[in-house]
Design a binder for this molecule. Structure first.
Ligand SMILES: *Cc1c(COP(=O)(O)O)cnc(C)c1O
Length: 379
């Protein structure tokens, strides 16, 4: 079956009791049992909920995975995955990972005896060089936020697997429509559903999908024990989102290309960060590994003052953190999403004061261009 058919149908048979075509929001904490030890597979809603289950099956199918687990946020999902490693074990991580992920690893999990090495995973040699005898996991994000560095998933997965380490990929930036990491040897995919999967900027959530039965059993145990589950209503919202994932991603991708081409030609733009551009040093890799380039575009206008002018002059684009919604969002990584990153690390990663990031929405692209054009003209 094709991707769109899976998006609309996987995990979602019409409701057996009423025939409801949309999976109902099972707003219940518990389920009546027919007798001692006799129930319909649902006992208590932290452990199982039919709406959440439908979403978990849906996203697992979209990623080509067997098992899925939905969490109250992307961070809760990432935290659950990291509980697969033990104190005294070592994890290699993409150095420019999402700020919240860096904070979780460096400020919290490190204190529980898990070792982390942050390396530039766009060079598989760096991953190989970081391996220790106790390395158990490689955690990558591709493309990275906001400077769009691409990691060759198959190359780093081969390196990690040579020492028996699991490979985890945060696929939030592209969604399974544009990239399916399991096809390149990745073992576990995580998403902040808050972004493209939900797609409408109206819910926080996370999901983890995988094929390994033993790890899936562990994750089910962790999800139930810790309890950071996605609510029935939020599960329903994400299910509603994935039904139009194909249409939305096609348009995000198309509009992203148009906006990037406009910015690349614009005299006020000093540098463009967009893997879809022929000038991106990893364009060929991105083309091979991704089905498209998505809606994330970053560009440098040279200084904080100039960036401020653009960010405060836009009218249609909304100045806000987050990404992946139907509306175009514009942000300033250095003072917003990456404010907690040390200034010297920021500059090493290319996150300068003049850098502006856009999550290109699905409005008419002419309107987005006109807005950016008038804002850039104010520099
Ligand atoms: C937003 C985001 C997260 C965290 O997700 P939340 O839903 O905000 O907890 C993780 N990774 C990436 C790439 C993100 O963009």
């Amino acid at each position: 079956m094709g991707f769109s058919t899976i998006a609309i149908h996987a995990g979602q048979e019409p409701d057996p009791t009423t025939g409801a075509v949309s999976v109902p929001i099972y707003q219940t904490s518990t389920y009546a049992q027919e007798g001692l030890g006799k129930h319909k597979g649902f006992e208590y809603a932290r452990t199982q909920n039919p709406t959440r289950l439908a979403l978990e099956r849906n996203i697992a199918a979209l990623e080509g995975a067997q098992f899925g687990f939905a969490f109250a946020s992307g961070m809760a999902g990432i935290d659950a995955v990291l509980r697969l490693v033990q104190a005294g074990e070592h994890v290699i991580v993409s150095d420019n990972t999402y700020g919240g992920t860096f904070r979780l690893f460096d400020r919290i999990l490190k204190n529980y005896g898990i070792e982390f090495s942050f390396v530039d995973t766009s060079d598989a040699g760096n991953v190989e060089a970081a391996i220790r005898p106790n390395t158990r996991m490689l955690y990558v994000e591709t493309p990275t936020n906001p400077v769009m560095i691409v990691t060759d998933l198959q190359a780093v997965a081969d390196v990690a697997h040579s020492v028996g380490a699991r490979v985890v990929c945060d696929n939030t930036f592209l969604s399974p429509y544009l990239q399916r990491p399991l096809e390149f040897g990745v073992d576990i995919v995580v998403h902040s559903t808050t972004k493209y999967l939900n797609g409408h900027s109206d819910g926080i959530g996370g999901v983890v999908v995988l094929n390994d039965e033993k790890d899936a059993e562990s994750l089910a145990f962790i999800q139930n024990s810790v309890g950071a589950i996605l609510s029935p209503f939020d599960s329903w919202l994400v299910l509603r989102g994935t039904k139009t994932l194909t249409l939305r991603m096609e348009q995000h991708d198309r509009a992203g290309r148009t906006v990037a081409a406009f910015l690349e030609e614009h005299p006020k733009v000093e540098k463009l960060y967009y893997p879809g551009s022929l000038s991106h040093r990893q364009h060929e890799l991105a083309k091979r590994q991704q089905r498209g380039f998505g809606g994330m575009v970053a560009f440098d206008v040279g200084s904080l003052e100039r960036a401020r002018t653009v960010l405060e002059s836009v009218q249609l684009c909304t100045l806000a953190e987050s990404l992946g919604g139907v509306e175009t969002l514009i942000s300033h990584p250095a003072t917003m999403t990456h404010a907690s990153v040390l200034p010297e690390t920021r500059s090493r990663l290319g996150i300068t004061d003049g850098l502006v990031r856009i999550s290109v929405g699905i409005e008419d692209v002419e309107d987005i261009l006109a807005d950016l054009d008038q804002a850039l003209a104010k520099i």
